[in-house]
Design a protein around this ligand. Structure first.
Ligand code: URA
Length: 425
């Protein structure tokens, strides 16, 4: 007998386990509109409070995946790798990771996301390259993978429509941070491309969606386990987001930093995260790529050439890529240390929020030239008057500069955090 929405809601409200048919009824209700918004919102809240077990989470993921197109790219492209980051501030890892692995012979396909809350979106960063287009279909993706070994796009409207509906309601009902809902949402889109393996970069610390270690670790484990349960090789790294990653925060500036990294001038912390994720991903598809191999494709210029080839294939202007340069936003402000001490803490989430609002017009249009240069790192010794950060804003904004300066705390204690806390496989 098919349960009614009322019965399903009642079961979950009381903390009971839903059957596969019941979970799929919810997904179907979201995708086809047979459940109205109050019913879906009530279900989301019941799940946020009562949770979903591993089996229910897998059914939810499978249901949302099946609600839309599935590209199954691995049928045409073997050893295909995908990567997912839970998001952070200054996180441009995907832009460097993809050409590095492609240059080593491993194809990478990623449907990237837009900015979410305080975190920057890889899709928005890629679109700051003049001409780049991210709307691709399966056929174009297979061609790009065969020719260049990289595809970076955005999910089409037809991928996981049930997630689109539920995500919008989660945003309005304060249920965004429910781990089973996050897992279902991320994986329903990730699995739709159909890579052979996914490596997850789950961020921990003040700029992460889940700043607390225990939450981030649980999310990482659930992403890995659910992917494996659904037949995809997966592992995850818990990596540090207690300060901006690398030197720059800002769309165009992060693309320029990507070029620096691919030319062998990358920030060591950022490069370590990229290398560790690339090694992990290679291992998942049975490849023996070593650190030396990754360093060699940077030294030879092959990784940089791959990135340029990818950008051109997805529409970028050749003239820009010959000598990449962007004008940074015109109003410069320097944040200086006001005392001796150690860089002790960074309110990375607040930096993300302040930079996100600085770069957006009231209509939501992103100005990619708004940027922040992070000039020190946690644990560094600082002297009064030393530059901590440099801002590039569209117009003078003393209030914002003051709010940003409060994000950097100098104290008598402070140390460099680990970069990779743990691997979950
Ligand atoms: N990204 C998603 O796609 N969904 C979530 O729930 C969180 C991050």
């Amino acid at each position: 007998m098919i349960s009614s929405p009322f019965e399903i809601l009642d079961t979950k409200r009381q903390g009971g386990q839903l059957t596969e048919q019941e979970v799929l009824a919810v997904v179907d209700g979201a995708a086809r509109g047979s459940w109205d918004d109050p019913q879906l919102a009530a279900l989301l809240m019941a799940v946020a409070i009562r949770g979903l077990d591993d089996q229910e989470t897998a059914w939810l993921t499978e249901g949302m995946l099946a609600s839309g197109d599935q590209w199954n790219l691995r049928a045409d492209v073997p050893q295909l790798i995908d990567k997912h980051s839970t998001g952070g501030v200054g996180d441009k890892v995907s832009l460097i990771f993809s050409p590095l692995l492609a240059a080593c012979g491993l194809p990478v396909a990623m449907l990237t996301g837009r900015a979410l809350g305080h975190t920057g979106g890889t899709a928005d960063k890629l679109e700051s390259i003049p001409g780049v287009r991210l709307e691709l279909d399966r056929e174009q993706s297979v061609r790009l993978l065969n020719e260049i070994g990289i595809v970076m796009g955005v999910a089409t409207e037809e991928i996981a429509p049930a997630d689109r509906k539920l995500y919008a309601l989660r945003d309005r009902t304060g249920t965004v941070s429910s781990i089973p809902l996050v897992v279902g949402s991320i994986l329903s889109k990730k699995l739709a491309t159909g890579a052979s393996a996914i490596v997850f970069d789950v961020k921990v610390g003040s700029g992460a969606f889940f700043p607390e270690y225990s939450d981030a670790e649980l999310l990482c484990r659930k992403l890995v386990e659910t992917s494996q349960r659904l037949g995809v090789a997966a592992s995850g790294l818990l990596t540090d987001m207690s300060q901006p990653l690398g030197r720059w925060v800002g769309h165009s500036a992060e693309v320029l930093e990507t070029f620096e990294c691919l030319e062998g001038r990358g920030n060591p912390r950022l490069m370590e995260v990229v290398f560790r994720l690339a090694e992990e991903a290679a291992g998942l598809v049975g490849s023996k790529i070593s650190r030396t191999d990754l360093e060699n494709v940077i030294a030879s210029g092959e990784a940089r050439s791959r990135f340029v080839a990818w950008a051109v294939a997805q529409g970028a202007c050749d003239s820009f890529l010959e000598e990449p340069d962007f004008a940074l936003a015109p109003v410069e402000a320097v944040i200086e240390a006001d005392r001796h001490g150690l860089m002790s803490r960074v309110n990375t989430k607040r930096i993300g929020e302040l930079m996100a609002t600085a770069s957006r017009s009231s209509a939501g249009v992103i100005d990619p030239s708004v940027s922040l240069l992070y000039s020190v790192e946690l644990g560094d010794k600082v002297e009064p008057g030393q530059e901590i950060a440099r801002l590039y804003l569209r117009s003078a904004d003393a209030e914002r500069v003051s709010a940003l300066s409060k994000c950097f705390v100098i104290d008598t204690d402070g140390q460099a955090p680990p970069l990779v806390y743990e691997t979950v496989s």
